[in-house]
Write a protein that binds this ligand. Sequence first.
Ligand code: KG4
Ligand code: ZN
Length: 365
Amino acid sequence: MAQDLTILGLESSCDDTAAAVVRQNGSGPAEILSSVVYDQTALHSAFGGVVPELAARAHAEKLDHCVRAALERAGLTLAGIDAIAVTAGPGLIGGVLAGVMCAKGLSAATGLPLIGVNHLAGHALTPRLTGAIPYPYLMLLVSGGHCQYLVVRGPEEFTRLGGSIDDAPGEAFDKTARLLGLAQPGGPAVEAEARGGDPQRFAFPRPLLDRPDCNLSFSGLKTALLRQRDRILSEKGGLTRQDRADLCAGFQQAVVDVLAAKTRRALGLYLDEAPAAPALAVAGGVAANRAIRAALEGVAGEAGVAFLAPPLALCTDNAAMIAYAGIELYRSGVRHGLDLAARPRWPLDRSSPALLGSGRKGAKA
Ligand code: KG4
Ligand code: ZN
């Protein structure tokens, strides 16, 4: 019988300061006892992106408050905690350091074991936190800073099948919104506009579909959009509401088609291994897009594979996923000492060479 575990998780790798308490009794379902996220959007909004120095300072100021709030909401003190899990990378190094130092302080003061967690592993394991999904499953991580296909085999065992060689899809949505004068974050704004648009009116490329691998590219879509926009501007002097909606619909349809086609390929590779209970899981802010979600669900359905998309609050950055990853790592014997290092880069699949850009231009992972 597996041990009952209650783990405190800390996350501070980008612009969310987060702490959470997750419990798993034996091998039963994991339960989120609390999950607190202090987001820094207002702090960075005037700068058009996350300012690493400001982010790090705000994390250092907020982490202990966040931990206190997470413990209070869980109805616990540190005496009720079995281990402390913390994001030790990849991410903005100042923020990661703030989290790691806070976790080391708590560990040194209480004697509780310390577990360093890879932030991306936190995202990739989330479908096991929210549903009883067995290994191995195929994971598509799609966010503002990341885009990759992973076969998830265990808490430290991942095979990367491919990913973006330039922009992440969320970044492409954000840039598209900026080019069309829509609000940030761009994803929801572009999706709303696209609903009233004609996806056929403007031609958008479908990058890398001619290549048989699982790599993706999104930067060309933004260039195509810029050209179409400028052509309309020079012909008519401005964009109508319909022009804007048609541009958004065409752009979004291109992202949908590329993600659907590459997911079909990744599923083919994964299914070659004949997994006993095949599943496709998706996480990251872009997974909130209804057209993308529906297309991925369709691809999974065609292949007879279960489709899982965790609730949005657990798809975006949070500490519950770090605490849960901590539970799995703890069970597999992982413990770190006070020499745990903060790592700006930390690929999940060490055997897979990093791609140029790797969809990691944005600050977030
Ligand atoms: O996972 P997330 O909150 O943070 C990162 O790790 O990046 O994802 C944020 C990204 C942003 O780029 C945002 O525009 C995009 O997810 N996003 C969407 C939608 N909602 C959020 N993209 C497309 N459609 C949406 N509905
Ligand atoms: Zn993330």
